[in-house]
Design a binder for this molecule. Structure first.
Ligand code: TYD
Length: 204
């Protein structure tokens, strides 16, 4: 970890519909109540490249896999330069909804080499903690289609999500902690707090 990094980077990862965004908001609230300087953010971002990525949701196959990867990397570079690095240097606790493990899993499941994807993310600061939410794919898909009343976009097709889940399951990195997301919101939140607490002690 570089000497000028005084904040924390906690990322929320997993397949769609596992409730990670809900948990991110709950954690943000709990940490703010402790008086910590919390910054919440997400990828794809709202920036130029993030918007281009969102346009792809409905017709993913109009660009090559390489071009798609380039877009996610360009979006992340901008995010790192404009928000993540400055916030880490000024001691913020960053909660980020998706980060480079999503690229490894989603673009890896689409056919690119997961190791190569990881290497291409060398520029991105390593997370202090990656919470990897897992639940049966059917549970996630039901939450999206029935709970939110949305249709599945091109990144959320069921067969593909099974492959994405298998990519996440194979990852072995020291900062990953796995969370069974097929439980109540309160039980999951309590696990999240338990995993984050030791990091806060180092921060203070
Ligand atoms: P999602 O978290 O669902 O964002 P939104 O609420 O804007 O829809 O992420 C969008 C999709 O992008 C999701 O299905 C996963 C995919 N994705 C990748 O394929 N690669 C990446 O690097 C990232 C960050 C996301």
């Amino acid at each position: 970890m570089p000497a000028n990094r005084t904040g924390l980077l906690i990322v929320f990862e997993g397949t769609d519909g596992t409730g990670k965004s809900t948990q991110l908001q709950l954690l943000a609230k709990a940490l703010k109540e402790k008086g910590l300087p919390v910054v919440t953010t997400r990828e794809p971002t709202e920036g130029e490249y993030g918007q281009k990525i969102r346009q792809l949701y409905a017709h993913r196959h109009t660009v090559s896999l390489e071009k798609e990867l380039d877009l996610f990397l360009a979006d992340r570079k901008e995010h790192v330069e404009q928000l993540l690095s400055p916030a880490l240097e000024s001691g913020k606790v960053i909660l980020c909804d998706r980060y480079y493990l999503s690229t490894v899993a989603y673009q890896g499941a689409a056919g690119l080499d997961p190791q190569l994807i990881l290497t291409r993310n060398d520029f991105a600061p390593e997370p202090d903690l990656a919470l990897l939410f897992h639940a049966p794919i059917q549970t996630g898909v039901n939450r999206i289609t029935q709970g939110r009343g949305e249709e599945l976009n091109d990144f959320e097709k069921e067969d593909y999500l099974h492959q994405v889940a298998s990519m996440f399951a194979q990852m072995k990195l020291p900062f990953i902690r796995r969370i069974d997301a097929a439980r109540t919101i309160e039980a999951i939140h309590s696990d999240v707090l338990g995993l984050v607490q030791p990091l806060l002690e180092k921060l203070q």
